[in-house]
Design a protein around this ligand. Sequence first.
Ligand code: SAM
Length: 236
Amino acid sequence: LFVDTPLTDGMSVRVEGNQAHYLINVMRLAEGAAVKLFDDVSGEYLAKVSARGKRDLTLTIESLLRPRDVVPDFWLCAAPIKKARFDFLGEKACELGVARFVPVLTDRAVVDKVKDDRLRGTMIEAAEQCERTALPQIAALTKLDALLKTWPEGRHLFFADERLHESSGATLAQALVRHTGPAAVLIGPEGGFTDSENAAIRAHPAAVPVSLGPRILRAETAAIAATAVWMAAQGD
Ligand code: SAM
């Protein structure tokens, strides 16, 4: 269970709302029952139910079970897509271990807003399910040109280009043999990048154009596949 406050041994935590409903009515936890909590700061703790009301619970932190995960240094930069598919992408990005998720606004965007709270909620649920103790950071929606202008030095920007396969360009797996270290993958919207966006990305010194194979993947499939390839190459 995620708690949005830094935890320490001996501390009492009051749980209300959906989380309390889940613990009381779904898990049917009694006083004294054990619960695992994480805070995205120091790690995962063992807690016990010290008081149980009808709609709220008090948990008392007993001990640190494991420190916060050290997540692989990988960013997923992706154009927002329609709601259900974006939720799916957020969930899978968290499960696969993405450190930072950057929604990118491009010319062919069909969706030009991101509900940060909804995305964060999806990622919290995914983290609880996969026992991840560090949540992905969620960046503000960033225009493509601003992303390129402020790109940090030393971080490879793997640019997923569905047209590259025709010109026998490198796959991400091949590029990873030569490019190690902090990385990100950039995925376009359903309509793809425009020619001028494509040229601007390619002109960036950090950009490494890569193919994800001969088939044109949906944006969320491309993002998940690229993340999985990168993680597999790192052994993460
Ligand atoms: N504009 C394209 C079209 O309509 O033919 C499709 C864009 S695709 C649905 C969305 C994004 O996924 C692309 O911008 C690209 O970043 C990524 N993508 C999809 N398939 C890919 C592939 N085979 N190799 C590399 N990137 C791919």
